[in-house]
Structures are given as structure tokens and as C-alpha cells.
Design a protein around this ligand. Sequence first.
Ligand code: ATP
Length: 231
Amino acid sequence: MRNKRSLELRRIGLFGGTFNPIHIGHLRIAGEIKEHFSLDGILFIPTGIPPHKEDSGVIDPVHRLHMVELAIAPCKDFTVSSIEVERKGISYSIDTIKTLQKEMGHTVELYFIVGSDAFLEIRTWKDVDELLTLCNFIVIPRPGHRFIDLKGIDIPSLNRISAVDLDKLDRGEISRLPATLTERYCLFLERITPCDISSTELRRLIKEKKEVKNLLPESVLLYIMKQGLYR
Ligand code: ATP
């Protein structure tokens, strides 16, 4: 007889990124989203060759993967997948989600987490209309970006949200706006505590030998120093 636990739906957040390198902002996002949506865990997925960042100093995926492993080591509900690092060619989210769904089976419900800056470009992603039928999506604000700017994206479910509501979300009068994607899945626009850190800024600070110790886990900083990365 199967036990009760095996029949329960597990809810997992997928957090893809270049993680070049992973920073405190990424970890805070994962922690807050896990709590807001009562997720069972967060799976970090470092990209192999990212489709949108080919020429911007992206270091070897093996280093980026290892830095994610170091960063999440203290967090028991965070795990990392090497699926995109091991795949040959450019990493597309749709391929990753389909593969993970096959591997994990029907007892897992996926929530794909994406920053509003990345989501603004979603129409350029591979097979976006199909992608948006495959799982839930959570869009989080990037400091300097407003949810109202998503209004121009050609996604019918998003366009059904009124500009008034988007404005309320931007001003913090509400903290979440759901939009139906399919009978089963939703797109959530979700407010989180703003954290103005980017990997680009971190790489610049490291190159200029400036102080970065509060911006990333100590284990990651030690690894960067030992390997001489971003110099
Ligand atoms: P880079 O500066 O190199 O572009 P990044 O800091 O944006 O890197 P990524 O690894 O590309 O880091 O980010 C992974 C995901 O996390 C993306 O969806 C991105 O929008 C989101 N993200 C990263 N940093 C933040 C932040 N400080 N606030 C909100 N979202 C963020």
C-alpha cells in the first residue's frame, strides 16, 4: 500500500539564472518565494550557455554551478540541478521544464521564478506560448523596474490585468496579482522585499578589488578568490 506522503503533491520552485556569480539577492528571493507560496523546496538551475548573455563575460558553467552548491549548502530546502550545465548547446527554459516534469512525474507542481527584467524579454524566449502552458510562473520585481511596464508584453492573460491593479502592486497596496494561464496554471506577479544587487555589479566590484563581503556568501567569495575569478 502506498503511504499518504507519496500521494501528496510536492510544490517546487525552479530558479534559473546565470548565477555569474550567485549573490545574496538570489538567496533572499528563493527564501521569500518559498515562504510566500509554501513551497516544499527551491531548485536552482544554473544555465549552461545562456541564450541572452553570450558575450558578457559568462564564466565556465562548472564554476557557476559549484558556487551555487557552496551558497545553498546551509539551506536544507534548496537544491541545485546541473541539467542545463550538462546539456550541449544553448539552454532553453522550455526544454528544462519538460525534462524536469518527465523526471519528477505528476506528483510535483512546478513554479518557475523569474525577475521582471528577464520577464520583459519573454516574447524572445523559445516557444513562449507553449512554455506558458507548462507550469506556474512567479514574476518578482527587480529594483528600478515596475510591474506596470509588463503591460506592453503580448500575453493575453497578463493583458487582462488592469493598469490600476498593476499600479496598486507597484505602490505596495496589494502584494500579489494572479493571472490564469491554463485551467491548471497561473502567472503570479509577486512583491518581495527589494534587494538591489546584481551579478554585473558584483563582478565589477571584484575586478576593482572593492569590498563585496556582504553581497555574497563567504564560501562563494573564498572560492572566487582561490580560483582568481572575475579579475
Ligand atoms: P547579471 O547582472 O549578470 O545580469 P543577475 O544579477 O541578473 O545577473 P541572474 O543569474 O541573471 O543574475 O538572475 C537570475 C534571475 O534572478 C533572473 O530572473 C533575474 O531577473 C533575477 N534577479 C537577480 N537579481 C535580482 C534582484 N536583485 N532582484 C530581483 N530579481 C533578481
